[in-house]
Design a protein around this ligand. Structure first.
Ligand code: BES
Ligand code: MN
Ligand code: ZN
Length: 508
């Protein structure tokens, strides 16, 4: 659910009630608004700072309830180190931190006085702050039928009382203009998180396809290909994964033509959409299997991104393609040892039915190149557990056949905080998936599991197509709490690819 709190921008002198947030930099150096309130409260703020050891450092806060001499319910004093050293990600995270502080404050309005001792803050940075605040306000409460108890989950329950956040700044008009595209980003990330958090009984391949279809409302051209069409196209690798499920497989193709004919060939983003991954006949262990409802996070990111691009009317030609299947064991499921012919004509020996994501992507990647002749193809997939062994949950794995594309992606990751770490590809790794009976096998043995998975994908990339594969198994689901996300699904990739496109593929 998106943050229902209304966010707006106002001048610095606007009247304020409820919770007031002011900033201090290292020192503590109070912002003008903080100084003013300190004066009005006869030094209460500096006294409180003194007593609590508040030095204006990041993560330090002072929280005053009904401060004497002031009409506010609450005054929160937030430390920020040195504002002049802040980058985009710092502003974003500060927004998340402040939004977190506002939860459970039993006030309907919050007023953030956006300035530092050093002066006013740039509109773009205010916009990043506001985006961080919106993202942190996300909760997935769809299946909670009763309001939560005060103890335990008090913060979220009390959140309902917070109706609006007003950001007071020097140029509210400029801030609000800079924020417009951020609103679209927040919607895209929210959509991606909602899809990842949704349980698999509710969200199967057909239901997911319907969610993609709903993007038509924004002017995205969406086609949903059902099992009959997929069979005709020869997408046998994708279909083999879904054949054990009672729920038919689908592929959704989403086209956003924001750059028109002059924009040329599109950039294509492909997502793994395994709506539930039991492992198939190579069944996964019971413990933690519920997490495999998130095995469609790549596809969720693609839908979130297409929403975002359309919502901000991005001047880019972009296509999203998602392979939607459920990997189940049953009498009709594929067996280890089966050989299938992928759409490209290459044959795959299925050694492990749990290595299903690469089979789904193989056909989607081939289809993408054949139909769209793309400028670049990027795929996202919760592809391997091994990527978490290598990189933990801090970086997504990046594999690419193109140094420029890899560099652009890494740069976008640094700015957005959706960080990537490049891992190698090469002929020796490629050899690992040679098969005795078919052109390739779908697993590469014990070591370097993320790399052999990437090599498998690369066998479906034509020479000359710039391609990158993002293994997001560690970053998109079962997420570590951060300043801008407290939900299980993070929506990883939407902000990253928005940035990549804005910087490199959009017409001015
Ligand atoms: N969806 C899983 C990968 C995964 C694991 C994602 C944990 C998120 C969290 C994928 O389909 C899978 O099962 N991969 C296997 C590959 C192996 C059978 C070669 C894996 O990583 O163990
Ligand atoms: Mn699997
Ligand atoms: Zn999987």
């Amino acid at each position: 659910m998106s943050d229902q709190t209304i966010l707006s921008f106002a001048s610095k002198t606007a009247p304020a009630e409820g919770v007031v947030v002011v900033f201090a930099e290292e020192g503590p150096k109070l912002s003008p608004a903080a100084k003013d309130l300190d004066k009005k409260s006869k030094g209460l703020l500096s006294k409180a700072a003194d007593i609590t050891g508040f030095k204006g450092k990041k993560e330090q806060t002072v929280d005053l309830i009904a401060p004497q001499g002031l009409k506010y319910a609450r005054l929160v004093f937030v430390g920020m180190d040195k504002a002049s050293a802040y980058d985009t990600e710092d502003w974003l995270n500060l927004g998340g931190t402040v939004r977190g502080l506002l939860s459970g404050k039993e006030a309907s309005a919050a007023h953030v006085f956006f300035e530092t001792e050093g002066g006013d803050i740039k509109p773009a940075d205010i916009a990043s702050f506001a985006l961080g605040a919106l993202l942190r306000g996300y909760t997935f409460k769809k299946y909670k039928t009763k309001p939560r108890k005060k103890n335990g989950e008090a913060a979220e329950a009390n959140d309902r009382t917070l109706k609006k956040i007003v950001v007071h700044c020097a140029d509210p008009k400029a801030a609000s203009q800079a924020f417009a595209p951020m609103r679209a980003i927040a919607e895209g990330v929210t959509l991606a998180r909602d899809l990842v958090n949704e349980p698999a009984n509710v969200l199967g391949p057909a239901e997911f396809a319907a969610r993609a279809k709903a993007l038509s409302k924004l002017g995205v051209h969406v086609e949903v290909l059902g099992p009959k069409v997929l069979r005709k196209l020869g997408m046998n690798a994708l279909l083999a994964v879904g054949q054990g499920s009672a729920r038919p497989s689908h592929v959704a193709v989403m086209q956003w033509k924001g750059a028109g004919a002059k924009g040329g060939e599109p950039i294509v983003i492909v997502g793994k959409g395994v709506t539930f991954d039991t492992g198939g006949i190579s069944l996964k262990p019971a413990a933690g299997m519920e997490e495999m409802k998130g095995d469609m996070a790549g596809a969720a990111c693609v839908v979130g991104l297409m929403h975002e691009l359309a919502a901000r009317k991005a001047k880019v030609n972009a296509v999203g393609i998602i392979g939607l299947v459920e990997n189940m064991p049953s009498g009709s499921a594929q067996r280890p040892g089966d050989v299938v012919t992928a759409m490209s004509g290459q044959t795959i020996e299925v050694l492990n039915t749990d290595a299903e994501g690469r089979m789904v992507l193989a056909d989607c990647l081939w289809y993408a190149q054949g139909r769209f002749k793309p400028k670049a193809v990027i795929n996202l997939a919760t592809l391997t557990g091994a990527v978490m062994v290598a990189l933990g949950k801090e970086h997504a794995g990046l594999f690419s056949n193109n140094d420029d594309l890899a560099g652009r992606l890494i740069a976008a990751g640094d700015v957005t905080g959706e960080k990537l770490w490049r891992l190698p590809l090469g002929p020796k790794y490629d050899k690992m998936i040679d098969s005795k009976v078919a052109d390739m096998k779908n697993t590469g043995g014990k070591w370097g599991g993320s790399i052999s998975a990437a090599q498998f994908l690369q066998r479906f990339i034509k020479d000359g197509t710039p391609w990158a594969h993002l293994d997001i198994a560690g970053t998109a689901m079962s997420s570590v709490d951060s300043e801008i996300n407290r939900s299980w699904g993070s929506g990883f990739g939407v902000r990253l690819l928005d940035r990549l496109i804005a910087e490199n593929y959009e017409r001015p």
